[in-house]
Design a protein around this ligand. Structure first.
Ligand SMILES: NC(=O)c1ccc[n+]([C@@H]2O[C@H](COP(=O)([O-])OP(=O)(O)OC[C@H]3O[C@@H](n4cnc5c(N)ncnc54)[C@H](O)[C@@H]3O)[C@@H](O)[C@H]2O)c1
Ligand SMILES: [Zn+2]
Length: 441
């Protein structure tokens, strides 16, 4: 296997050190919110966002006034994107069914999908007001049937962003709060004098937001670890450097720490893409952040074969994977670790981010090894139940249960079975003893 790095990003050690710093600062901030409630939340909002309104929660009149500042075209565009997200989420919801089966005569097992009863949706807005993130969390929670949907987003340019607030409102948010970062996540999960705590936190955000959710997991549920954006482009000679460079920088612009990686079998494409990135960084208006991400986290990797690219791609487990090769469906069939796939040169990650209908809240930092992205199923809890409908089944399962409990030394458990074997089977089992084995078993 020959894998050649034409450009490397920050070392794993450096990345771990960044994580440790974030971890410590999030931990002390959450403790402050837990101790001081609203006072801490206000102080943090002042400190990080220079924002301290009378109420952080928007009233119905404030929401209406903000939406009135949008043009008809803007509203139609927001509604179009939201309709695509809802359409796909409804199809996914329909794929999840409640089941009830008879596994043995008289033994009925089932499961039910129940919506999480309250969720806190975080919509990022530090660098860019991420209108689309509101469709992904709020509108999807609505499709799942979540009865209480709380939405938080930081102020943008000193005030709530009309596009984000409109998307939250159209999506079905029950409460909209203009709060960002750790203070939003902490308030929603821990509760304060004014914020009722939620059962689960969802949505993407910067390293502080993602880490705050991670630390609160257990106290509340979380959707997944969805931190700073990552993108991986897998390309061969079928595409050109302009397309690859555009797709890498398009996602590197998210922040100062967004890894963008080109994986290719073509050394020529790799070299041309490096040159093309330099050219585009001179004309891209958001080059400030894109350049920083590219310098610190950008990578260009040349492999010998598609099999090698597949192995490297699964190891990176990038959030977004754009595949532009002579065998895109081969990657769909064979890749196992990633957030979402973007197949072929006609689509791209920005479509997925903003409009096409798949959810853009996706796993980062290799979380694609154990989870996919946010989807309607994350808002549903699958609960099992059981029922025994005949005396014969109660005695039969109970006898196995009695013996298996005692195999583990659980005498009290065994009695839960034995009492049923006696009552429904008419079999004499001594207290604390094992139910007898029968030929019919
Ligand atoms: N994984 C995904 O699915 C996905 C999707 C969309 C966006 N994203 C990511 O979301 C992120 C959005 O980041 P953003 O910063 O623009 O918006 P954000 O809303 O996530 O964070 C802004 C908040 O961060 C807080 N903050 C800023 N500096 C801080 C500090 N030093 N200490 C503590 N808190 C601080 C502030 O309170 C501010 O309100 C980007 O990294 C983007 O890549 C990820
Ligand atoms: Zn993006």
């Amino acid at each position: 296997m020959t894998i050649d790095y034409l450009k490397r990003g920050r070392s794993d050690d450096d990345r771990r050190q960044d994580d440790a710093q974030t971890r410590a600062s999030v931990e002390s901030t959450l403790a402050d919110i837990e101790a001081r409630g609203d006072v801490a939340v206000r102080a943090l909002s002042e400190k990080f966002d220079s924002y301290s309104p009378e109420n952080f929660r928007l009233s119905a009149a404030e929401i209406e006034a903000l939406i009135a500042t949008l043009t008809e075209r803007e509203i139609a565009d927001i509604r179009f994107a939201q309709a695509q997200v809802v359409k796909f989420a409804e199809a996914q919801r329909a794929s999840m069914t409640d089941i009830e089966v008879e596994t043995l005569p008289g033994v009925i097992l089932g499961h039910k999908n129940i919506p999480v009863q309250s969720v806190g949706c975080y919509v990022p807005g530090g660098k860019f007001p991420m209108v689309a993130s509101a469709h992904m969390s709020v509108a999807t929670a609505k499709v799942a049937g979540v009865p209480r949907i709380v939405a938080c987003t930081p102020p943008f340019g000193g005030k709530p962003n009309a596009g984000v607030i409109a998307a939250m409102h159209f999506g079905g948010a029950d409460e909209i709060w203009v709060l960002g970062g750790i203070q939003a996540i902490g308030a929603m999960a821990l509760g304060t004098e004014t914020v009722d705590p939620v059962h689960m936190l969802v949505g993407p955000g910067n390293a502080f937001v993602a880490e705050a959710k991670r630390q609160l997991f257990g106290r509340v549920g979380i959707d997944l670890f969805a931190g700073p954006t990552e993108t991986l482009v897998i390309a061969d000679d079928t595409v050109d450097a302009e397309l690859c460079a555009t797709d890498l920088l398009g996602q590197a612009e998210h922040g100062y720490n967004s890894p963008a990686v080109l994986l290719t079998t073509s050394r020529r494409l790799a070299e041309q893409t490096l040159a093309e990135i330099d050219r585009l960084l001179d004309i891209l208006p958001t080059a400030d952040t894109a350049r920083k991400s590219w310098e610190d986290y950008g990578e260009v990797i040349v492999c010998d074969s598609h099999e090698e690219m597949l192995a490297v791609a699964d190891d990176i487990a990038s959030e977004h994977v754009q595949v532009m090769t002579d065998r895109d469906d081969w990657y769909l069939d064979n890749m196992t670790c990633y957030g979402a796939l973007f197949l072929g040169p006609r689509t791209n990650v920005a479509n997925g981010d903003k409009v096409i209908g798949t959810n853009h809240t996706l796993p980062t930092k290799k979380a694609g090894r154990y989870t996919g992205g946010l989807w309607v199923g994350k808002f549903l809890k699958t609960h099992s139940y059981q029922r025994i409908t005949t005396d014969e089944a109660a005695a039969r399962i109970g006898a196995y249960g009695s013996r298996l409990c005692l195999l583990e030394g659980f005498v009290g458990h065994a009695e839960q079975c034995n009492i049923r074997v006696r009552r429904y089977g008419g079999i004499n089992v001594p207290y604390g003893g094992a139910a007898p084995y029968r030929d019919t078993d």
